[in-house]
Design a protein around this ligand. Structure first.
Ligand SMILES: Cc1cc2nc3c(=O)[nH]c(=O)nc-3n(C[C@H](O)[C@H](O)[C@H](O)COP(=O)(O)OP(=O)(O)OC[C@H]3O[C@@H](n4cnc5c(N)ncnc54)[C@H](O)[C@@H]3O)c2cc1C
Length: 301
């Protein structure tokens, strides 16, 4: 029986693996991919030690660090569920294997919701972004569109008001939702044009995004934009642990020691209720979680 299975190799899971290796915990790391959402970020400008680094390059640095240790890493393996075995730990199941363990660390992150329109995949990181906090500064004095009508879209629009020349807010609903204070700020900004009943049909460009085609109340329109922020929500990858407490958005509820409602199950990073979904926060949470796991294992033995 393993001491620990870490699920997910984004910043939280990789950092957790490094800490677990240094603590000589008997563990494995199981993940669908290496890098998680960080691999999707064109430019990271807020990870301490790097004024600028491309997301995939930061992931390569993380991997280089992790490979300094003899870590058993099952890359390309998706966990399908975690089964509690009362009195004898857990079994982590994937399509291929099942792993018995004393504790589990869920670091399975989130996935942005996609629009699913032509051009979206082609221009991802070439003008299409899912993170205004991260990529907004790249569009200084440009015209951009934010797609969505809830709090995350309002938040992105407010961030872009300070950076961009003009901001289209493209909302499929008849009226914006979200927080009233934020909504008022967005609606009263001279830089913002709110388009309600607006359905995004396609994203076009050459090497980078140049325009988007929309349907506004039955009228076809083309917006010339350099950047498009898709802010229609993201989903925490928490279904594998349906027995732990989750909030209304599906985030795993953790305390400040990264403990979940199930003893022996810890969680870290974007999959949790911890606010601020950022690389450095996820990495810190991964470290903190393993230190908690280490204490837990000592108490249990
Ligand atoms: C486009 C984009 C740009 C961003 N830019 C920045 C930025 O510039 N600066 C910044 O600080 N933050 C940025 N972020 C946010 C940042 O990437 C996340 O906060 C961070 O990656 C979260 O790390 P994590 O380890 O919690 O989860 P994730 O990065 O989501 O990693 C989760 C890992 O779990 C794996 N996984 C998921 N489900 C399973 C399963 N069932 N079985 C096995 N493995 C599974 C995934 O494959 C992945 O490897 C950006 C996000 C996006 C989407």
């Amino acid at each position: 029986m393993l001491d620990l299975v870490i699920i997910g190799a984004g910043p939280a899971g990789i950092t957790a693996a490094i800490y677990a290796a240094r603590k000589k915990i008997d563990f494995i790391l199981v993940s669908k991919d290496l890098g998680g959402q960080t691999a999707l970020s064109a430019d990271v400008e807020n990870y301490t030690g790097y004024q600028f680094i491309a997301g995939p390059d930061l992931v390569a640095k993380f991997e280089e660090h992790m490979r300094q240790f003899a870590i058993t890493f099952h890359n390309g393996e998706a966990v399908t569920r975690i089964v509690q075995k009362p009195g004898s730990g857990f079994v982590v199941e994937s399509g291929k294997n099942s792993y018995a363990c004393r504790s589990v660390l869920i670091a399975s992150g989130r996935r942005p919701r996609w629009l699913g329109v032509p051009g979206e995949e082609k221009y991802r990181n070439k003008g299409v972004s899912y993170c205004a906090t991260c990529d907004g500064p790249l569009f200084s004095k440009k015209t951009v569109a934010v797609i969505g009508g809830g709090n995350s879209a309002l938040d992105a629009a407010l961030q872009m008001i300070a950076i961009a020349e003009k901001v289209y807010l493209v909302d499929i609903n008849p009226a914006l939702g979200g927080d009233e204070v934020m909504r008022r700020k967005v609606e009263t900004s001279p830089k913002v044009e709110v388009l309600n009943n607006a359905k995004t049909l396609a994203i076009t460009g050459e090497r980078f995004v140049k325009a988007m085609k929309i349907d506004v109340s039955g009228q076809a329109r083309e917006l010339a934009v350099s950047g498009i922020f898709v802010e229609i929500g993201s989903t925490p990858n928490s279904d594998i642990a349906d027995f732990v407490d989750r909030n209304a958005s599906g985030e795993i509820v953790v305390d400040c020691l990264n403990r979940t409602s199930a003893r022996g199950v810890f969680a870290a990073g974007d999959v949790t209720t911890v606010p601020e979904k950022q690389i450095i926060v996820a990495a810190g949470e991964g470290a903190k979680a393993v230190l908690g796991v280490s204490r837990y294992l000592v108490q249990e033995k």
